[in-house]
Ligand binder design. Structure first.
Ligand SMILES: [Zn+2]
Length: 315
């Protein structure tokens, strides 16, 4: 993402937005989908080591405080990378699975189902009149196969060798993702203009990173043993409605002052509770990136058992 100083312009739309906060020191605890998504959505983290199936999750908490919940997914509901995640999604009030052409995670890797399919169910969810809503969108993003992740008009970058073609396809998928995320933020913004009393926020993050010949002359994720840093370095963007900014300017100031602090996405659980002003014994303020009590001294030993910050200092 050029938003994170990548040399090619892959974020022409997001870079023009002056209403987002870009957090630039965020890593995922694992290098694969299931465990990263589960550690985003549940209270489990690398330090408490709670098994996912015994952990409270965001859907439980939002239901306990009267939110209507939505699960809108462009990933197929079934498959080795999806079953556990769908078991959480299936607890929501309303579900929409738009990747209907594929029967499994494996098939969805090989076939196209563009993330813009989520615009329509997202618009419906925004229209819903419930006073409190928590909406999850699960994108295909830039998962392999990269050239299946964007329509023709985003086929902008080209490569000549096999390696440079993979890189170009990945870049195109990021360019398309820029369009998708920008549109989703735009929909939030339009909705907040219509509903001037509604306090709204949106968080975008990736489950894990991707090595596209950045290191070790290889590509992909889910590395076994020690993983390359490109597998865990992830974007985290936040959009806030004008009403949010007016209602809690102290929180907004804290968020802005924390945007370069080191964070592991397994603590996004606490961060999301905090962002939604949910008072719960489950909320550990020291784990919320948006809180004045945030602990920026956490040693980031990731699931490969290595201290990420020591590793990058060495390189
Ligand atoms: Zn993934």
């Amino acid at each position: 993402m050029s938003l994170y100083k990548y040399r090619k312009e892959t974020n022409p739309k997001l870079k023009k937005r002056n209403d987002i906060i870009v957090f630039d020191n965020v890593v995922s605890p694992y290098s694969n989908t299931i465990e990263t998504v589960m550690s985003i959505i549940t209270e489990s983290n690398l330090e408490n080591k709670l098994p996912f199936h015994e952990s409270k999750d965001l859907i439980d908490v939002f239901h306990s405080v009267g939110f209507k919940t939505f699960w809108l997914s462009n990933q197929p509901p079934f498959g080795w990378a999806e079953n556990l995640i769908s078991s959480i999604g299936s607890k929501t009030t309303t579900q929409s699975f738009v990747n209907t052409l594929n029967n499994s995670s494996y098939e969805s890797n090989l076939n196209a189902s563009y993330d813009e399919k989520l615009f329509e169910p997202f618009a419906e969810a925004l229209k819903d009149m419930s006073p409190k809503k928590f909406i999850v969108l699960h994108l295909m993003g830039s998962h392999l196969l990269y050239d299946k992740r964007y329509p023709k008009e985003f086929d902008v970058f080209k490569g000549k060798t096999e390696e440079s073609q993979f890189i170009a396809q990945y870049d195109n998928s990021i360019l398309y993702n820029d369009f998708v995320i920008d549109r989703l933020f735009h929909m939030m913004k339009s909705n907040s203009i219509k509903n001037t009393k509604q306090i709204a926020s949106a968080i975008y993050l990736s489950d894990h990173g991707e090595n596209v010949y950045d290191e070790d002359n290889t590509l992909g994720h889910h590395a076994v043993g020690t993983f390359p840093k490109s597998n865990v370095e992830i974007p985290l963007l936040v959009w806030l409605s004008p009403t949010f900014k007016m209602s809690d300017s102290t929180k907004v100031a804290t968020m802005k002052s924390n945007k370069q602090k080191p964070f592991v996405s397994d603590d996004i659980f606490h961060t999301i509770l905090d962002l939604n002003m949910i008072e719960s014994p489950l909320l550990e303020k020291s784990r919320s990136l948006f809180n004045v009590e945030f602990n920026d001294k956490r040693i980031r030993v990731l699931s490969d058992g290595k201290d990420y910050d020591k590793k990058i200092r060495k390189n």
